[in-house]
Design a protein around this ligand. Sequence first.
Ligand code: HEM
Length: 159
Amino acid sequence: MMTLTIVVQWLHVFLGIFWFGSSLYVDAILIPTLNRLPLKEQQKIGGLIGPRTSQVLVPVGLTVVALGFLRGTVFGPLRSLDAVFGTAYGVTWLIALLLAIGVILWGLLVLKPRAEALGNAKSPEAYGAIVKQLKVMTLVEITGFVAIFTCMILMRFGL
Ligand code: HEM
């Protein structure tokens, strides 16, 4: 059981840093760099990066959530609803679970369609307006990630 718990935790942390780290890289480095290119080139590169990003990061995010679920329950102390709702650890775990589902849905239902709209923008002004919206939307996503990450640290200390 101990070995399996280590494997689950290893995969969870590895895929978690892949998921969170990729989002930070895209928001802090990739997009600001692409923004310096002419509109047509941005649309061309964005059209290639966008689908690939969802193709890779959606399964990664779902796996992180599934492993986090198992790490708290089958491989952790949460064996009843009382443990989930009645302990600090359980509540923190539940908050992380809900936040992570929220981050995935936010990405799929809000961010992705807006990012796809960039490809159809006809003028630099229209493009700039969508980029502005995306900046706020990605800030919401990063805030979610930071909150989830904080939950991970709290659980490490039993909270
Ligand atoms: C962005 C998403 C996530 C990242 C980056 C992440 C990262 C981590 C890290 C680094 C640890 C190790 C903490 C330590 O030992 O100090 C951890 C542990 C853990 N994570 Fe996550 N995690 C994420 C999402 C989730 C979600 C959604 C859940 C719940 C469904 C979850 C449940 C857990 C549990 C139960 C542990 C073990 C805590 C313990 O008892 O020490 N994680 N996670």
